[in-house]
Design a protein around this ligand. Structure first.
Ligand SMILES: Cc1ncc(C[n+]2csc(CCOP(=O)(O)OP(=O)(O)O)c2C)c(N)n1
Length: 260
């Protein structure tokens, strides 16, 4: 990757962070912590990696402000529509709805089902590369592990899962709420190809996707180590920001930090 495109991707990430905070501030509802940790993964996928025929499934639907913002920057939805986020009748619901917004592949909100939705699609459409984003909190769900086994059984090498591993879920850390153990070893023993990266480093994200695409006979999971609330000093690593909107003062502070 050239420096120019790295700069461009970093600029996009900044724009997305600004849009995420603005949407949640305006709506006074939403999930900023997870939305902000997922930004670089979504920017890399939508701006560098995905072809028109590829499909993206968001499993941890509550982080959709980041997805909507990326879709708006890509011109897939209007930028004006972002101001309707989470309002009654808007196609941009607080959890994405497939029938309400073109470009959304799966309805999500109940955690732990997105990988099954993505794996089902990948099993039927073998020539399509199917990306799925999941969260660490979702790994508490039994359904998720059924999909892990299904993908291994059918050798879905066209399925690439990103885990946004920010180590935080509702009301605490994943270690406090439900320890995941060694996620990498769990996926290896489930017969997946496993790559672990820094989920805010575009070079690492793009290299991992390249490796995943050349994998024969296995699905790939890219365990992306991220920072919950990335980019906002007062949100980073603080579970209070799982589902909380900034007040006026916090919004001003966020904008100042984004303009630095
Ligand atoms: C099946 C199910 N159980 C519980 C919830 C309520 N819930 C919403 S978000 C969340 C925590 C999710 O953790 P994670 O996805 O890691 O969140 P992040 O901190 O990354 O935003 C829970 C338990 C849900 N949406 N679905």
């Amino acid at each position: 990757m050239t420096n120019l495109s790295l700069n461009k991707l970093q600029d996009e990430a900044k724009k997305i962070r600004r849009a995420v905070v603005e949407m949640i501030y305006k709506a006074q509802t939403g999930h900023p912590g997870g939305s902000l940790s997922a930004v670089e993964i979504l920017v890399a996928l939508y701006f560098e990696t995905m072809k028109e025929s590829d499909r993206f499934f968001l499993s941890n639907g509550h982080v959709c402000p980041a997805l909507y913002a990326v879709m708006a920057e890509k011109g897939l939805i209007s930028k004006e529509s972002l101001s309707t986020y989470s309002s009654l009748g808007s196609p941009l619901q607080g959890h994405p709805e497939r029938t309400k917004l073109k470009g959304i592949e799966n309805t999500s909100g109940p955690l732990g089902i997105g990988l099954a939705q993505a794996a089902g699609y990948a099993a039927i459409k073998k020539d399509t590369t199917v990306y799925c984003m999941t969260s660490d909190g979702e790994h508490n769900e039994g359904n998720h592990w059924e999909a892990v086994n299904f993908a291994a059984k059918y050798k879905l090498n066209n399925l690439i899962q990103f885990v946004d591993k920010n180590n935080i879920q509702i009301e605490g850390t994943t270690d406090e709420i439900m320890p995941l153990g060694n996620l990498k070893e769990k996926y290896i023993s489930s017969n997946w190809n496993v790559i672990e990266i820094d989920g805010h480093d575009f070079n690492e994200i793009l290299t991992a996707v390249g490796k995943a695409k050349s994998e024969k006979g296995k699905s790939t999971v890219i365990i992306a180590n991220t920072m919950f609330g990335k980019g906002m000093s007062f949100m980073e690593g603080n579970p209070d920001w799982h589902a909380k909107a900034p007040n006026d003062e916090e919004y001003q502070k966020a904008m100042e930090e984004l303009n630095k």
